[in-house]
Ligand binder design. Structure first.
Ligand SMILES: [Zn+2]
Length: 267
């Protein structure tokens, strides 16, 4: 099992700012510099911002929902456990001409170089999903948050595997294990070159082995401009069995399916 997010909680640990308050945070004492740095994605893109003060560091963008002016929905697939259904998922995406996002851990890429290379060669969007899949918020000894140095290590090691196996870097994209990331953790990611934090608006819950029909309903029902959905490639997940219905349902509602990178592109 790759993830264990409580689906009833918003993406991220309790108490973190969330998409709903992103814009009010922007209006509360944000420096002009921060606003300017965030400006490229400000047009219709929902991101979480800190309630902090001005700083000259890179501004991490926690991306939940993308551009609301385009009829596009992002599909993303996390890989950290077994080979699972990655092959079938890639086949299906290929048949439908969909370029999606893949959040792969370093060890998964190393164990499955053929699949990882296929993901890259077929033009999918690559997202660093850490090395050990420890929570950045409480994955340290005794349940403490990872230190900045540990976070850097997770990002660097996974990226080294990406470069070795696929010949490309995962920067600037990161998907936090368990979707858990504090503002400080996000700042560490940005400092290391990962200022695009791929969250989501819908966790399919396939990893909880809910019946495929529920996965389809959960995902198709919330399709909206710029929505972002998270699935898993692992065998334990019901996502693969649901995927044909998810794709048909979302397409039937008139949405194009794209990667997370696509929903934040600025035209
Ligand atoms: Zn994961």
């Amino acid at each position: 099992m790759c993830e264990s997010v409580d689906p009833d909680e918003p993406c991220g640990p309790p108490g973190e700012s969330h998409v709903a308050d992103s814009w009010s945070a922007l209006g509360r004492g944000f420096s002009r510099r921060s606003l300017l740095l965030a400006a490229p994605v400000a047009a219709g893109v929902a991101v979480s911002m800190p309630a902090g003060t001005a700083h000259a560091r890179a501004v991490p963008l926690r991306i939940y929902r993308g551009n609301r002016s385009r009829r596009e929905v992002a599909l993303s697939f996390d890989a950290g456990a077994d080979r699972g259904n990655a092959e079938g998922i890639l086949d299906l995406l290929g048949e439908h001409g969909i370029t999606a996002s893949f959040g792969m851990t370093g060890p998964w890429v190393r164990r499955n170089p053929d699949l990882a290379q296929r993901v890259a060669n077929e033009g999918h969007h690559l997202i660093n999903h850490s090395m050990t899949h420890r929570s950045f918020v409480r994955g340290g000894p005794g349940g403490r948050a990872l230190t900045g140095r540990e976070r850097f290590w997770e990002l660097d090691q996974a990226d080294a595997v990406y470069q070795e196996i696929m010949g490309v870097s995962s920067k600037p994209w990161f998907r936090p294990p368990f979707l858990a990331l504090t503002w400080r953790g996000a700042q560490d990611c940005a400092d290391r070159g990962y200022d695009h934090i791929a969250m989501c608006t819908r966790d399919s819950l396939g990893w909880k082995r809910i019946p495929k029909q529920y996965v389809i309903e959960r995902c198709v029902g919330v399709a909206a401009n710029g929505a972002s959905m998270m699935f898993h490639v692992g065998k334990a997940s019901t996502d693969f069995r649901a995927l044909p219905g998810v794709i048909a349902g979302i397409a039937g509602r008139g949405f194009r399916m794209v990667s997370v990178k696509d929903i934040v592109r600025v035209e």
